[in-house]
Design a protein around this ligand. Structure first.
Ligand code: ADP
Length: 720
C-alpha cells in the first residue's frame, strides 16, 4: 500500500521493495507493482559493496540513478531512485556505512540524491536503535520534488513495516501451524496404534481415536464396555507410574509391554508402550501403544513352528543315523541302485562283492576284478529286468563269486524293492542279498538229522514192541500171582475153623486135666501139661493172626464204621493191657484230648491196632514207661505208642513190617509172638485210610505213630 502511495507521489507506474535477508546476506524483492513476468527484478547480494541498492541500504541514503540498472527490472531509458528504510535493531544486522563511504562506492549513473532529511532517522527522539531493513525502488521519468517527504516517510515507516512483516509472517505461521495440526491430527487418528499425551499430573491431554476407543467412555456405552475402559485406564496409569517417564533428560524412548482389554469384545490385547518426554522442561510424555497382540501370537506361532521344524530335523537326522547304522552293521550286503542299475549306495559287505577298488582287502587284483565283473553282470541283468517289470518287489536266487585268492561260488538270495516317487515312477531300487551257504548246510544237516531220527524211531519202535510183549507177560504173571495169593488166603480163611477146633479141644482138655478132673497128677505130669497148654495157646495165637491177615488180604474183613469216641477206645485198650503192665512192673500213661473226640471209624479195629502196639511195647520193655498219646491234627487223629524198651536197630527198621518177621529169632523164646502183629497193624490202619510210622533208638526205646482219618467213610465203600 505504501509502495503504491510512493509510486503515486513520484508519478511512477512501476516500483518494488527489496527486503534484507540478513542470513542470506541478500536484498530480496518482496512486493512489486507494474512488473510482468518477463521483466522481474532479481535479488542483490550485500557482498557487492558498490551495488547502488546496497549502498542506499547500508548508507541509508536516497540513491538516484540516471537510467536503469542491470537485474533491476528497470529499463535503461528510465530513471530510478532507491529509498532506504530501517527497522528496529536486530542482532545479525549489517553495519551502516557513512556518507563519504557511500559517495565513494557509487559511480555513474548513480549518486546520492540531495535529500535534506537524509540523516534524520539517526537523530530520532525516541532513540531506538535501528538497523538497515530494505529499499523502495521507484521507476520514474524525472526526479520528483517530493523526494524529501518520501525519504522521510520511508524512514518512519521502516520499523512499522518490519513489525507488519513480522506479524504477517506470524499470522502465516499460525495458519500453517493450524494446517499442519489438522494434517497431523488426521495422520495420528488414522494410525492403528493408540497414542496419548499425558501431562505431569498423569492426565490424558491428547489422544487419538484408537486411544479414545480404549480409554474413554461415552454416555451410551454398555456396562461391560465401561468396566473394560476403567480397567484399561488403571492398567495404563499403573504402567506409566511404574516407570515414570524420564523428565528433563534426553533418554531414548523405551518400549515395554502392557496388557489391555478390547472394550468391544473383551479379548486380551498386548501393547508395546513407547514413552517419550514431550520436551525437556515439561513433565508431559507421549506414549505410543503399539498393538503387538497379533505380532506376539504370530511370534509364538513362529517359535512353535521353528521348534517343530527343529524337532523334525532332529528326527530326520536320527532316522538317517539309524539307517546308516543299520546299513553298516547289517551282515547282509545291501545295495541301492537307480533304475538304470547304477549303484548309488552300498554297505561294506556289498563292497566285498561289487566294489572294484577296495585297497585294504588285499586280493590279487586280476582275479578280483574278474569276479567283481561277473557279479556285476549278473546283478545288473537282474536289476534291469526288475526295473522294467511292473512288480514292486522281486526275489531271486543268484550264484555270485566271492572275490579272493581262492574264489568260490556263494549261493545267494536277492530281495529287491522299488522306491517310487509320487507319480509311481521308480526312483531307486534297494536290494538285500542273503548268503544261503549256511542255509544250504543247515538243510543238509537237517536231512541227515531226519534220517538219523527216523532210524532211531524204528529202533525205539522195535524195542517198545519187545517191551510190550514183556509187559503183557509180566501182567499175566502178576495176575497169576494174585490169583495164587487169593487162593492161599481163601484156603487159610476156610481152614480157620478146621485148625482152631482141634487146638481149642487140646487147650480145653489140658485145662480139665490140670484142674484134676481126670484124677491126680504128679509134678512131672503137671509140668508136661502146662507146657502142652502154653504150646497150644501159642499155636492158637499164631493161627488167629494168620487168619486175620488172610482175611484182610482176601478182602473178607468188612469194616463197621460207627460213631466212636476215641477216649473210650483208649480206656478199654488200657484196661486190657493193664495186667501185663502190672506183671512187668512198668509205668503206664494214656493221654487223650480233653473233649471227647468223635470219630467215624471201625471201633474194634482201632482197638486192635492200639492193643497190638501196646502189647509190643510192653513185651519189649523191661523197665520204665509205656505211653499211649492221642491228639487231633486237622482231620486226622495221631496215636503215639512210646516205650523206653530195647529199641530197634536202624538196619532192622524196614524189615519188621514183613509177615512172620522178628528181629531176633533167638529171642523169640524170651518174648514170644508170631511176627505178624505189625504186619496186621499196618494193614488194618491202611484199611481205615491211615498209615503207620516208626521212630526208634536202639537200646533207648521206640515210638510207633498211627495217623487215622477222623471220618473213614471213603474206605467203608471200598471194603463193603
Ligand atoms: P511179634 O509177634 O514178634 O511181636 P511183631 O510183628 O509184632 O511180631 O513184631 C515184629 C518184630 O518187631 C518183633 O519181633 C520185634 O523184634 C520188633 N518189635 C516190635 N515192636 C517193638 C518194640 N516196641 N520194641 C522193640 N522191638 C519191637
Amino acid at each position: 500500500m505504501l509502495l503504491a502511495r510512493f509510486c503515486g507521489v513520484v508519478g511512477s507506474s512501476r516500483g518494488y521493495v527489496l527486503v534484507l535477508d540478513a542470513v542470506a546476506r541478500q536484498l530480496v524483492p518482496s512486493v512489486a507493482i507494474g512488473y510482468d513476468n518477463v521483466d522481474q527484478p532479481t535479488a542483490r547480494t550485500l557482498d557487492d559493496g558498490n551495488d547502488p541498492f546496497v549502498v542506499a541500504l547500508l548508507g541509508m541514503q536516497v540513491v538516484a540513478c540516471a537510467h536503469g540498472l542491470p537485474r533491476s527490472g528497470i529499463s535503461r531509458r528510465t530513471r530510478l531512485i532507491a529509498v532506504p528504510f530501517p527497522q528496529p535493531r536486530t542482532v545479525d544486522a549489517p553495519r551502516f556505512i557513512d556518507r563519504a563511504d557511500a559517495d565513494r562506492r557509487l559511480a555513474s549513473p548513480c549518486s546520492v540524491a540531495a535529500v535534506d532529511s537524509s540523516r534524520t532517522w539517526l537523530e530520532r527522539p525516541d532513540g531506538i536503535a535501528l538497523s538497515p531493513y530494505g529499499v523502495f525502488v521507484l521507476e520514474m521519468d524525472s526526479l520528483p520534488v517530493a523526494l524529501d517527504r518520501i525519504a522521510c516517510a520511508a524512514q518512519l515507516a521502516g520499523p512499522m513495516l518490519s513489525r507488519l512483516a513480522a506479524s504477517d509472517a506470524h499470522r502465516g505461521r499460525a495458519a500453517e501451524l493450524a494446517d499442519q495440526r489438522a494434517v497431523l491430527t488426521s495422520i495420528v487418528n488414522s494410525l492403528p496404534d493408540p497414542i496419548v499425551i499425558i501431562d505431569g499430573d498423569r492426565q490424558i491431554v491428547v489422544q487419538n481415536q484408537r486411544a479414545e476407543h480404549l480409554l474413554s467412555m461415552r454416555e451410551r456405552d454398555s456396562e461391560g464396555r465401561r468396566r473394560a475402559v476403567e480397567i484399561n485406564n488403571l492398567l495404563l496409569t499403573s504402567h506409566l507410574s511404574k516407570d515414570p517417564a524420564p523428565s528433563g533428560t534426553n533418554v531414548a524412548a523405551e518400549a515395554r509391554e502392557l496388557n489391555m482389554v478390547d472394550p468391544d469384545d473383551g479379548t486380551d490385547l498386548l501393547f508395546e508402550v513407547l514413552t517419550q518426554p514431550l520436551d525437556e522442561n515439561d513433565n508431559a510424555i507421549v506414549s505410543v501403544l503399539r498393538d503387538v497382540t497379533d505380532l506376539r501370537r504370530a511370534a509364538n506361532e513362529l517359535e512353535l513352528q521353528v521348534q517343530r521344524v527343529r524337532l523334525a530335523e532332529y528326527e530326520a537326522k536320527r532316522e538317517s543315523d539309524r539307517l546308516n547304522l543299520i546299513l553298516t552293521n547289517v551282515a547282509d550286503p545291501i545295495l541301492v541302485t537307480d533304475d538304470r542299475a547304477n549303484i548309488i549306495l552300498m554297505n561294506r559287505q556289498a563292497e566285498l562283492l561289487f566294489g572294484s577298488a577296495t585297497p585294504n582287502i588285499g586280493y590279487a587284483t586280476g582275479d578280483r576284478s574278474a569276479a567283481v565283473r561277473a557279479n556285476d553282470t549278473k546283478f545288473t541283468t537282474f536289476i534291469s529286468d526288475f526295473s522294467l517289470s511292473p512288480e514292486s518287489a522281486r526275489r531271486e536266487d543268484m550264484e555270485l563269486q566271492r572275490p579272493g585268492d581262492d574264489p568260490m561260488t556263494i549261493p545267494m538270495e536277492v530281495v529287491a524293492g522299488k522306491i517310487v516317487d509320487r507319480r509311481g515312477e521308480p526312483l531307486a531300487i534297494v536290494s538285500v542279498l542273503h548268503d544261503l551257504t549256511e542255509q544250504a548246510e543247515n538243510e543238509r544237516l537237517y536231512k541227515e538229522l531226519k534220517n538219523f531220527s527216523s532210524e532211531l524211531e524204528a529202533r525205539v519202535r522195535a524195542a517198545t514192541a519187545d517191551l510190550g510183549e514183556q509187559n503183557v507177560r509180566l501182567q499175566w504173571q502178576s495176575r497169576e500171582l494174585e490169583k495164587a495169593n487169593r487162593l492161599k488166603s481163601e484156603f487159610l480163611a476156610s481152614m480157620s475153623h478146621e485148625l482152631r477146633t482141634p487146638i481149642n479141644a487140646l487147650i480145653g482138655y489140658t485145662a480139665l486135666m490140670l484142674d484134676r478132673i481126670y484124677g491126680d497128677l504128679n509134678d512131672r505130669q503137671e509140668e508136661g501139661l502146662v507146657r502142652i497148654r502154653a504150646a497150644a495157646q501159642h499155636l492158637l495165637a499164631l493161627i488167629n493172626d494168620i487168619l486175620d491177615l488172610a482175611k484182610i488180604e482176601a478182602g473178607r474183613m468188612p469194616l463197621h464204621i460207627e460213631d466212636t469216641v476215641l477216649q473210650e477206645v483208649m480206656r478199654e485198650a488200657s484196661v486190657q493191657i493193664d495186667p501185663l503192665i502190672k506183671k512187668k512192673g512198668l509205668t503206664y500213661r494214656w493221654i487223650g484230648p480233653d473233649e471227647p473226640l468223635h470219630m467215624m471209624t471201625d471201633r474194634t479195629k482201632v482197638k486192635q491196632i492200639m492193643l497190638n502196639l501196646l502189647s509190643n511195647a510192653v513185651k519189649f520193655t523191661h523197665s520204665g514207661t509205656v505211653t499211649l498219646l492221642a491228639q487231633q491234627e486237622g482231620d486226622l487223629v495221631r496215636l503215639d505208642v512210646a516205650d523206653s524198651g530195647i529199641g530197634i536197630r536202624k538196619e532192622d527198621l524196614s524189615a519188621i513190617w514183613d509177615d512172620f518177621r522178628q528181629v531176633d529169632q533167638s529171642r523169640t523164646r524170651e518174648f514170644g509172638g508170631t511176627g505178624l502183629g505189625l504186619s496186621i497193624t499196618r494193614k488194618l490202619s491202611g484199611a481205615l485210610g491211615g498209615r503207620v510210622t516208626l521212630s526208634s533208638e536202639y537200646g533207648r526205646g521206640s515210638t510207633f505213630t498211627i495217623f487215622l482219618p477222623i471220618r473213614s467213610e471213603a474206605h467203608r465203600e471200598h471194603d463193603a
